[in-house]
Ligand binder design. Structure first.
Ligand code: AMP
Length: 220
């Protein structure tokens, strides 16, 4: 079966979620954020959520076997029939290798942003707990105080967007996730994009990459 399967790489705050959402709207492919899946599990208090909560709050990674279970279940859903956009998975070499045994990826898009910019982006990031809209207190502030423009409810900061946790997430990224850049480069599917530009400029470069990469057939 021919499908469009895109993986977003990049440290926290590089804009993977923002770009994946826009790409999802353009191509009608599901945007799968493993961070969102885990946050929903924490919110609903499921067994997975109970296991993941403390790990996420200190900025560590959830075990690979747990993540593989989550991703297999999600990719088996019917909306993935034409492909998908993965945001936050794979995050370790073990995950990438296990994933490769399931299917092949068309392109791995690495968003590159300097660390000092990332810290600033993340610590001032706020989310609406009701509709999920994202704000940034400096670059994209809400119109009134810290209230969501659409829902009027008070915006919240993600537990793991506090400065000390952000720094530890960036360390975890360098140690565990950055090796994936070389991994996908060797497979000939890596595309690096300068993410320190405005959202639309970055998006148009990503669209060109995805178009040029086309669709690929699954191994099975
Ligand atoms: P994110 O929203 O992608 O920044 O993910 C938030 C947190 O969820 C991460 O800091 C990890 O604790 C956890 N997480 C998300 N995706 C993965 C993954 N593929 N492997 C391990 N942990 C993950």
């Amino acid at each position: 079966m021919s499908r469009r399967k895109v993986v977003f790489l990049g440290a926290p705050g590089t804009g993977k979620g923002t770009q994946a959402k826009k790409l999802s709207a353009k191509y009608g492919l599901p945007h799968i954020s493993t961070g969102d899946i885990l946050r929903n599990a924490v919110k609903s208090g499921t067994a997975l959520g109970l296991k993941a909560k403390a790990i996420m709050e200190r900025g560590d990674l959830v075990p690979d076997d747990v993540m593989m279970g989550i991703i297999k279940e999600r990719l088996a859903e019917p909306d993935c029939v034409k492909g998908f956009l993965l945001d936050g998975f794979p995050r370790t070499i073990v995950q990438a290798e296990a994933f490769d045994r399931l299917l092949s990826v068309n392109c791995a898009i690495q968003l590159d942003v300097p660390d000092d910019v990332l810290v600033k982006r993340l610590v001032l990031r706020r989310t609406c707990p009701s509709c999920g809209a994202m704000y940034h207190l400096e670059f994209h502030p809400p119109k009134v105080d810290t209230l969501c423009d659409k829902c009027g409810v008070t915006l919240v900061q993600r537990e793991d967007d506090r400065e000390d946790v952000v720094k530890s997430r960036l360390r975890v990224y360098v140690e565990k996730t950055e090796p994936l850049v070389g991994y996908y480069r060797e497979k000939g599917v890596l595309y690096s994009v300068d993410g320190d530009r405005d959202v639309e400029t970055v998006f148009s470069e990503i669209v060109d990459i995805v178009e040029a990469a086309g669709d690929v057939n699954d191994k099975r």
